[in-house]
Design a protein around this ligand. Structure first.
Ligand code: NA7
Length: 543
């Protein structure tokens, strides 16, 4: 017998909690289905050593609990995973969220019943739920991308994907450890593991640009200063490009070559020391003009050479020519390049010496064998579409989401898919999602979605859907926003889906900026939800 609710929400991270908070405010009943044993989403799963947020703590706090802003003290500029998880857990306690969450439960099937105008959802626990609305808050970076390397199943040591790190303490002392992957995760994990492991092999296929992130303690004054103007600051975040403060002096939209070299380099230097993605935001054309990008990227390469003592290792750590700072999500670190000056750390350059196979006790490359006690797989995610496809969603006329997206996802505003009525995809494909401070991308989506549901209630609509034409218009616009960006050319980039072998290249993350996106969504709502199609219960009866 199915249990009925007004909404089934999938995921109890920040998106799921915000959704539950708002649905309750609207007097709607909801069940939240969560794979993990507690709240936190990304911050629940990514408990690998060194995990830390790349958005400043004071910006990375939920805007829907302003009272908590007045009480909560973050300890340092960029929060570590345990502290963010404590914050998420505190939110759940404060709002008594857990009573509506089914933990350790995974959605296995979700099917739209057109005759009854509701979603039927099944879980691995054998539960059956029915609700008019299905809301995915399953996250953008939650479905691990596991490398298909011959022999990986034969490894007899400890094997962990960073996004599925065990809850129990993992002992590193005395062990030979390899970290496979040098994205944000691999860089953070390697920096921390190097402090404890007997030996660390950093297995790098493509060197990336990492910027130093000074994370000084936050003082009472830091909090007091912002507490006095939190409402204004939150509003600024909502309307800004990425909802995070960069502290750069150059005016918004400035072009690099309008400044003489000494001014440009002084600006790069200041942004470099800033510890944020400021180096990409310092001039408007860092991510669009290859000549500017080349100059900034060479500036970083020189910094790497200055930090790493062994010249051959330094050269191998320099990202290849033709790749630029900021085409992938920027990495920030707390002393990554410096670990290569330690005796217990070896860089394994997989471009020069590729992996042949993994054996029971190590990694065999073409020219070497690396004996290991532990293999840490930091190979990223099947981003944005992966978590949605994993739910086995079927819409109108038996069309499966996996099939309709076989050549790449199509959505309207990143939040709705034609033929999948009443399914809202928070931080879905071609929405700003993780390109901005994701808490604020979530905020926009949840608030807009609730506005749409309120509109439906006020007008008596029972379903909302979109059309292939609206999707085509949105996808063309999303493509336009990336067309001038150097990002589009970058290989193996999860922003474009090209990090997963066989996944079609598409715009998974809207590049026009959060503020602009918000205005566009609001405008569409004001135009009577242009591009959306509402259905009414009595229509269904006559159909
Ligand atoms: P990323 O940024 O997708 O990085 C994955 C890394 O794993 C990257 O260095 C890849 O090398 C490497 N990789 C992937 N598959 C393989 C195989 N088969 N062999 C060797 N190396 C491989 O994921 P992260 O988890 O680091 O970061 C994701 C986001 O989380 C990040 O942007 C932040 O927003 C937080 P490649 O570059 O493809 O050669």
């Amino acid at each position: 017998m199915a249990q009925t609710f007004d909404a089934v929400v999938v995921g109890a991270g920040f998106a799921g909690m915000h959704t539950l908070f708002r649905l309750r405010q609207m007097g709607m009943s909801a069940v939240v289905i969560e794979k993990g044993t507690d709240v936190g989403g990304t911050w629940y799963w990514n408990r690998y050593p060194g995990a830390r947020c790349d958005v400043p703590s004071l910006d990375y706090s939920v805007p829907w609990d302003p009272e908590l802003d007045q009480q909560w003290n973050w300890t340092e500029k960029y929060s570590t995973q345990p502290e963010i998880l404590t914050y998420a857990s505190h939110l759940a306690d404060r709002h008594d969220f857990r009573r509506d969450i089914r933990f350790s439960t995974t959605v296995t099937v979700a099917t739209w019943d057109d005759a009854r105008g509701l979603w039927q959802v099944e879980t691995d626990k054998g539960d059956r739920f029915e609700a008019p609305f299905l809301i995915s808050a399953a996250g953008a970076l939650s479905e691990p991308n596991l490398p298909d390397i011959p022999g990986i199943g034969d490894f007899k040591g400890e094997l962990y994907h960073t996004g599925r790190w065990p809850r129990e303490k993992v002992e590193l002392a005395g062990k030979r450890v390899a970290v496979l992957g040098t994205g944000s995760t691999g860089v953070q994990a390697s920096t921390a593991i190097a402090k404890e492991a007997a030996h660390l092999y950093v297995m790098q296929r493509t060197a990336q640009f990492s910027l130093p992130c000074a994370s000084p303690p936050l003082t009472e004054e830091d909090h007091a200063e912002l507490r006095a103007r939190y409402p204004e600051h939150r509003e600024w975040q909502r309307s800004s490009y990425a909802a995070t403060s960069m502290n750069i002096d150059t005016p918004f939209g400035a072009h690099a070559f309008d400044d003489p070299p000494e001014v440009r380099f002084a600006n790069y230097e200041k942004a470099w020391g800033n510890g944020t993605a400021a180096l990409v935001g310092v001039y408007a054309d860092v991510s669009t003009n290859a000549e500017v990008a080349q100059e900034v990227s060479d500036f970083v390469r020189d910094k790497i050479r200055a930090k790493v003592k062994d010249p051959a290792t330094a050269e191998a750590l320099c990202p290849p020519q033709g790749t630029y700072v900021g085409t992938r999500r920027i990495i920030i670190d707390t002393g990554y390049y410096e670990i290569f000056n330690q005796d217990n750390v070896t860089l394994v350059d997989l471009r020069a010496d590729p992996i042949e196979r993994i054996t029971a006790d190590g990694v065999k490359t073409r020219g070497n064998f690396y004996p290991l006690d532990m293999l840490v797989v930091a190979t990223g995610y099947d981003a944005v579409t992966g978590p949605l496809i994993a739910m086995n969603i079927t819409g109108r006329q038996g069309v499966r989401l996996a099939d309709t997206w076989a050549d790449g996802p199509h959505t309207y505003l990143g939040i709705m898919v034609a033929g999948f009525p009443n399914l809202f995809t928070i931080t879905g494909p071609a929405s700003p999602g993780v390109l901005a401070n994701v808490i604020f991308s979530i905020d926009q989506h949840v608030e807009w979605m609730c506005g749409c549901i309120e509109h439906m209630r006020a007008t008596g609509a029972s379903t909302v859907d979109t059309t292939p034409e609206a999707e085509a218009e949105w996808n063309a616009h999303a493509m336009e926003t990336v067309a001038s960006s150097l990002r589009i050319h970058d290989e193996n980039n999860w922003y474009m889906g090209t990090n997963v072998p066989g996944k079609p290249r598409s715009v998974l993350v809207y590049q026009g900026g959060l503020g602009f996106y918000r205005d566009r969504c609001n405008e569409i709502a004001e135009q009577g939800y242009r591009g959306f199609v509402f259905g009414y219960a009595d229509e269904k009866v006559t159909a």
